[in-house]
Design a protein around this ligand. Structure first.
Ligand code: EPU
Length: 427
């Protein structure tokens, strides 16, 4: 058990460096399975999802050399084992990218159905539909996805915009015979990053970041170097924390364009945001104004920022509204915020938030990664002590959140019980 103890009530001040994007890293690492040669990766976030993935790849036979906390070399040339260890795969969501990568490389995959943040029913039918459209036979057996077949290009029409299905299809198609066209694609920055990574290793992918991606299959990919983009949601989290605490924070090592939807929403709420080439200054000196938001695929407002914006709305002068447009449910965390004095009512996909003057500390749980981050931000606002439990969820996606917040003047302590879950390290 890991928990954070936070003594809130102090506006955050200073600057914070944003790490590499989790959702790009967890796609790029499985995609290294396609590469014949050594991939040198920089700006890899040191988070538990990445460490799990490295353990899985290493168990499958990949040679991994850590050059620094955020740089590593990975060589999957000699990987022969397609069975990823079930106990590791089931612990995180993005293990589904191993299916596309194994199918693409070996024409065969056996991967346990993914685990991770289950704040909603999260099927992977669109991933499997795409693999079938490319000629694979796919079955579900005893909790495993078993897929086999020589992949050939296809024209794929997903039923909804899915980040995971878009990325997985691109991964599978990179070495397929012929051309694959994927319609209705997700346009998130990490989709583009994955395509850029594969292209830098010799793939021929065009259109990433638009509705239609074309992948011309190549015979092999070669090694090379690649730097992962900064994490949009980690940056947004510190923006929300600065706004909620009435702080003044410079968010460094970011791509401001990826944050525009978040910047626009916080500006509507009265937050002053100044943009520079690769940083933003976030200042809040006036009370937060209420607003409305609907979460949408990129470039819309990201669902992953929804719990964090909700903390800001909980402190605004008046009533705000959130409509969750991606998942069936993602509001379980609001009960925890209400325990801290927020006034939020939820009806399935809609939350009505009546602003309160402040929040008070108590013991709350992190139900998932972003819900946990929202509890941390709420704890930074509350004038007394907040204990956030189950923060192993938070550490799935935030590198050194405690150290970064301490650097901004927060009083926050990480407490790990002796027999608790130890974070795993890959050498
Ligand atoms: N969906 C299906 N079938 C599928 C795939 C998706 O019905 O085969 C539905 C989902 O249930 C959801 C919607 O389509 O209602 C969109 O889901 P999507 O596939 O885009 O989500 P994902 O790929 O599983 C990624 C991120 C999530 C983020 C979503 C939406 C990764 C590893 N995860 O999930 O990130 O919420 O996109 O942007 O990239 C997080 O980082 O905290 C996180 C949950």
């Amino acid at each position: 058990m890991i928990k954070y103890m936070i003594q809130g009530g102090t506006p955050l001040k200073g600057s914070v460096n944003i790490s590499g994007a989790k959702n790009a890293a967890v796609a790029i690492l499985p995609a290294t399975l396609l590469v014949d040669g050594v991939c040198h990766l920089d700006n890899v976030p040191d988070i538990s999802d990445v460490r799990l993935l490295l353990n899985i790849l290493s168990d499958m036979g990949a040679k991994i050399r850590r050059l620094s906390p955020n740089s590593l070399e990975i060589d999957c040339t000699r990987v022969r084992n397609i069975i990823a260890p079930i106990e590791l795969v089931r612990r995180f969501r993005a293990s589904y990218y191993l299916i596309g990568a194994e199918l693409g490389r070996f024409g065969s995959a056996k991967v346990a159905l993914p685990g991770g943040c289950n704040f909603s029913d999260r099927p992977i039918d669109q991933h499997l539909k795409a693999f079938r459209a490319m000629g694979a036979e796919v079955e579900l057996q005893n909790g495993y996805v078993i897929a086999n077949g020589h992949l050939t290009g296809g024209h794929i029409f997903p039923d909804m915009v899915s980040v995971g299905a878009t990325i997985n299809t691109v991964i599978a198609a990179a070495l397929a015979e012929g051309t694959t066209i994927i319609e209705n694609c997700a346009k998130e920055p990490h989709v583009v990053d994955l395509a850029n990574f594969l292209n830098s290793m010799g793939a021929r992918i065009s259109g990433a970041g638009t509705d239609t991606i074309k992948v011309r299959g190549v015979r092999s990919l070669h090694g090379g170097s690649y730097t992962i983009i900064p994490d949009q949601i980690e940056a947004g989290t510190y923006m929300a924390a600065a706004a909620a605490t009435g702080g003044d924070v410079v968010i460094r090592n970011i791509i401001p364009r990826h944050l525009e939807c978040i910047t626009a929403k916080l500006r509507e709420m009265g937050v002053k945001i100044t943009e520079f080439d690769d940083s933003l200054r976030v200042q809040r000196t006036v009370p937060l104004r209420p607003t409305k938001v609907k979460t949408l695929p990129y470039p819309g407002f990201p669902t992953d920022m929804q719990p964090l914006l909700c903390v800001c709305m909980a402190l605004a002068k008046g009533g705000s509204l959130i409509t969750e447009g991606i998942y069936d449910t993602r509001f379980r965390y609001t009960a925890e915020l209400n325990r801290m004095g927020a006034n939020i009512q939820v009806d399935t996909k809609i939350a009505v938030i009546n602003g309160v003057d402040t929040l008070h500390g108590c013991s709350v749980k992190a139900f998932d990664l972003r819900a946990g981050a929202a509890m941390v931000v709420a704890g930074l606002v509350a004038g007394d002590t907040t204990v956030v439990e189950d923060v192993h969820y938070v550490e799935r996606g935030y590198e050194d959140i405690v150290g970064k917040l301490q650097g901004l003047g927060a009083t926050i302590k990480r407490i790990e019980t002796p027999d608790g879950q130890k974070v795993q390290h890959v050498g």
